[in-house]
Ligand binder design. Structure first.
Ligand code: DGJ
Length: 529
């Protein structure tokens, strides 16, 4: 077994691959390239240019089980071969029953079999509704036969992965389904769904929910605490009954699929999420792993290790905070590729001690955005700060810098010795390491929309490694007995195989601590009275 996800009560945890700690500095491909070896050829090259260590790519049910019970793992073989040839790892996305809350990826034979793959009734008596000028349909989350078929296919896929990759560890995680849930309503409205909703809540679930209200979102907590201890969904969960009902069924379905797969090959898993930030319930998929139903997912889907937000919205940091506030690790499988991607990658590792940071459609990084991309991927082409694509060389630099520093950084995960600040949160610009304070700010001559980041890793009482960009640093002492601080050493350079390779010893003009371009530093701090 080459991959383990370690969880500690005190920290967010870490991934171990082939005996070594591993952080996914990833990129997710567009949805369709992984179906073609030729289409993937330039994508691998781009991943290398961007300094990624992990490519996140779909494996689709429709291609791996073209006839019921007949499996074709060519796309898996192609992905394993491509990744290995380029020295990359993979996180594979199981596009099964759900993809963007819809059942696009059912195999043809399953789509035709509408008796076994029952469509959800978003509205009573209707198997499709119209959304954004398109028909919207999804398999019902109550459909046991669909769940069993999905679980069987996923289990075969995981068995194949075990046979072909267990000894090597190319694949480090698997996402089970993609952005699950139901669009257009809080819950399904078939007769079966109405009956289930009017039935008593399974008592074990009601009790489990009542035992973990402390971590719940305020309105969820209120619903659960003010609801009845037992009874129908509405009686027990009040105003939030429909979303909790959907989450209970979606999470249980995903759990059944994940469990079947993990019984074959116990790789760590995640479930990604279409966020509830821009629209109300039904405008975002009801029942998907939004933070407000995290407790439901934890209870009903223990075979899922991490709930992972797809973050395209401007309130990026609020989402990161929300997904980590319960002590869970941060895993961002999809995010925007605009010019803040680089500083966000550094900050995600330094501040959130993330398991993964991955821009979506990374093969397009560096290309100008179209309006369509703006709409699809949440890039804000009307905001000058967000209108520019990430520069390929700059992003590659951040990833290579993070990877080179990883032997220093990773052991500090879960501790106060690894911190980061960013221009996205200018009021929180100071990092306190014992009585040494390192703060960062945008120099006044740089434009307001220019961004900055500073990651600091403390390796001894007085010694730090830093990744900085776009800021001026200040190093001060907060020890009343040693109130003065000076730099004993300031060097730029690179970490090679865990050994610091100095470029220049910086001093004189360079000791102004102004770093407009991305730079890796080693500093030593003296405190005295
Ligand atoms: C979120 C989905 O999970 C991705 O597969 C992709 O469709 C993106 N949205 C961009 O549209």
């Amino acid at each position: 077994m080459a991959v383990t996800l370690h969880r500690t009560p005190a920290g967010p945890g870490w991934l171990e691959v082939n005996g070594k700690p591993f952080v996914m500095l990833g990129g997710e491909t567009h949805n369709s390239v992984s179906t073609s070896k030729q289409a993937m050829a330039p994508v691998w090259e781009k991943a290398v240019a961007l300094g990624l260590n992990t490519v996140i790519a779909p494996v689709t049910w429709e291609l791996i089980e073209p006839e019921e019970g007949v499996f074709d793992f060519t796309m898996v073989d192609d992905l394993l071969e491509g990744a290995r040839a380029h020295g990359l790892h993979l996180a594979l996305l199981w596009f099964g029953t759900w993809k963007n809350a819809q059942s696009f990826y059912l195999p043809e034979w399953a789509k035709r079999d509408t008796a076994r793959f029952v469509r959800a009734e978003v509205e009573k008596g209707k198997k499709q509704i119209e959304r954004w000028g398109q028909p919207y349909f999804t398999v019902s989350y109550l459909c046991k036969t669909a769940c069993e078929a999905d679980a069987r296919a996923f289990a075969r896929f995981m068995r194949y992965l075990k046979e072909s990759d267990d000894a090597i560890g190319t694949v480090v995680m698997v996402q089970v389904e993609n952005e699950t849930g139901l669009l257009g309503a809080g819950r399904e409205h078939s007769d079966a769904a109405d009956a289930a909703f009017a039935s008593p809540v399974p008592q074990g679930f009601a009790d489990a929910m009542r035992s973990c209200t402390a971590s719940m979102a305020p309105d969820m907590r209120r619903s659960v605490e003010e609801g009845a201890a037992s009874g129908t969904w509405s009686e027990v969960f009040g105003d939030n009954a429909e979303e909790i009902f959907s989450a209970y069924h979606v999470a249980s379905y995903v759990n059944a699929v994940a469990e079947a797969g993990r019984a074959e090959y116990d790789l760590p898993t995640f479930a990604n999420c279409w966020l509830d930030v821009l629209f109300d319930l039904g405008g975002y998929p009801s029942g998907g792993p939004v933070s407000r139903v995290a407790e439901v997912w934890k209870i009903c889907a223990p075979a899922i290790d991490v709930h992972a937000p797809d973050i395209y919205v401007r309130s990026y940091l609020d989402v990161c905070r929300d997904y980590t506030r319960r002590g869970d690790p941060l895993l961002i499988p999809e995010t925007a590729t605009h010019a803040w991607a680089g500083i966000r990658a550094v900050h995600a590792v330094g501040h959130f001690h993330a398991l993964c940071f991955a821009p979506f459609g990374f093969e397009d990084i560096g290309l100008p955005f179209s309006q369509q991309q703006g709409a699809l991927f949440g890039m804000d082409v009307n905001d000058p700060a967000l209108a520019h694509p990430m520069d390929v060389d700059e992003y590659g630099w951040y990833n290579r810098a993070l990877q080179s520093l990883m032997p220093v950084i990773q052991p500090l995960y879960g501790t106060q010795h690894l911190q980061a600040v960013t221009s996205e949160e200018p009021e929180e610009n100071a990092m306190q390491f014992g009585s040494i304070r390192i703060s960062a700010e945008r120099p006044s001559f740089l434009p307001q929309q220019s961004n900055y980041v500073c990651l600091a890793a403390r390796v001894s009482e007085e010694e730090f490694y830093l990744i900085v960009k776009g800021c001026r640093l200040r190093v001060t002492s907060t020890d009343p007995n040693r109130p003065y601080a000076e730099l004993l050493a300031l060097e730029d350079g690179w970490m090679n195989d865990g050994k610091w390779q100095r470029n220049c010893r910086l001093n004189g003009d360079e000791a102004s601590l102004l770093f407009e371009k991305q730079t890796m530093l080693r500093i030593k701090v003296l405190q005295y009275s």
